[in-house]
Design a protein around this ligand. Structure first.
Ligand SMILES: *Cc1c(COP(=O)(O)O)cnc(C)c1O
Length: 400
């Protein structure tokens, strides 16, 4: 029997093709050939979850009180830990009863927020390049996406003045993310004030993804959206425990901010899931209460890798500015080579996996993202392989 009639809904078919799929295929083939892959492609932190967090989870799993369905809106004590952490960190008071909602990882919340607020045809303003959930969420919801193309000469900041008034007036939602994945760019506080003013003027829901709140270096402190006066009237901010606490597999994140915006997401989620296993919420609370010395250790680890890799790339002709945050370097491809071609040829020649920049939208073309998710020895091995394969930065198109 032909099964051609089993077709996914339009909302799936309209999604842009997944660049990672082809890369995965080639990775699998390279592995079969016995190639020792150095995977710097994913944003998956390589360290263990802190021991006190694992211990708290183990104890909480033993507690029968945690075995049933958790409350839809998350446990009260995790919500209180979120708002206490937020106050300690940013000096802003939030109500744990409506201004904080635990999520099954922030990706889940970022995507579901779009489904809670975007009708088919609604306009979403999304930077390009961006973390894929920022444009895939609105696309799944049937929204129309207006790309805010980011450029290196403006430090990968959104150029708000370049958005035509009629586009801004039609827009329902704007996603943004600084420190940024994939560009590693940071935004000054004045930019946050400008974007809040812009969203208020044009009545746009402002969604900030601050998943690299803690992975910042050299004393730099990322700005939180809710530190900006007036932001809470129109905005929400997403956080995750995945990166800071090496908890990517645990699936814990949260959203804070405007209670009405959060309520829509909560209503949708009430129909979809029961939230996070209560034992894991207990563990997540422990993570948010860890002493700051833990953060300094994590920051020092990524900072050392950043310095090492920037220096290694410099010896291969790349001039990469020192990043102030995130676990990525955003590296230009040799001039005239596309992101996909460059990433594929590096993989085939060296077994080093990089992410092609166009996986983050067309604004990422011409770049690859390198994740700092291996120790310096391994990063050194990766650049050594590039050297041997004579892969270097070419500021001029190669003559064929
Ligand atoms: C890693 C990442 C996330 C995903 O976090 P989870 O909480 O693990 O879903 C969200 N946003 C950005 C920008 C990320 O880099």
């Amino acid at each position: 029997m032909s099964l051609d009639w089993i077709q996914p809904a339009q909302r799936l078919r309209s999604l842009p093709p997944y660049v990672f799929a082809r890369l995965d295929e080639l990775k699998a083939r390279a592995r079969e050939q016995g190639l020792d892959l150095i995977d710097l492609g994913m944003g998956n932190p390589d360290g263990p979850t802190p021991a006190p967090v694992v211990a708290a989870a183990a104890a909480a799993i033993e507690d029968v009180a945690n075995h049933g369905y958790p409350p839809f809106e998350g446990t009260a004590s995790f919500r209180r830990a979120i708002t206490a952490w937020y106050h300690r960190r940013y000096g802003v008071k939030l109500d744990p009863e409506g201004e904080a909602l635990p999520l099954l990882g922030s990706k889940e919340g970022l995507t579901h927020l779009a489904m809670a607020y975007i009708n088919p045809g609604d306009l979403a303003l999304v930077p390009s390049p961006a973390y894929p959930a920022h444009f895939r969420g609105p696309a799944i919801a049937g929204g129309q996406i207006y790309d805010l193309i980011l450029k290196p000469d403006s430090g990968w900041l959104i150029d708000l003045a370049a958005i035509p008034d009629q586009v801004a007036d039609r827009a329902k939602i704007l996603y943004f993310n600084y420190p940024s994945n994939p560009t590693a760019a940071t935004a000054p506080r004045e930019f946050f004030a400008d974007i809040v003013a812009f969203a208020r003027k044009h009545e746009i829901i402002l969604v900030h993804d601050l998943c690299y709140a803690e992975l910042a270096f050299d004393g730099y402190q990322p700005t939180s959206l809710l530190e900006i006066p007036g932001a809470k009237d129109i905005g929400v901010e997403f956080h995750t425990l995945s990166k800071t606490y090496n908890m990517a597999g645990w699936r814990v994140g949260f959203v804070v901010g405007n209670r009405h915006i959060i309520q829509g997401l909560r209503t949708l989620k009430t129909n979809l899931d029961y939230g996070i296993f209560a034992a894991l919420q207990r563990a997540a609370e422990t993570a948010l209460q860890l002493p700051d010395v833990y953060l300094s250790e994590v920051q020092a680890r990524y900072c050392k890798r950043r310095d090492f890799l920037i220096q290694e790339f410099a010896s291969l002709g790349w001039d990469i500015p020192k990043t102030k945050a995130t676990m990525y370097l955003w590296v230009p491809c040799p001039v005239g080579v596309s992101s996909t071609d460059f990433a594929l040829s590096v993989l085939q020649q060296t077994g080093v996996v990089l992410t092609p920049g166009n996986a983050f939208g067309k604004g990422g073309e011409g770049y690859v993202r390198v994740s700092l998710i291996a120790d310096c020895d391994r990063l050194g091995e990766a650049t050594e392989r590039l050297r041997k394969a004579n892969i270097r930065y070419q500021p001029e198109p190669a003559s064929v």
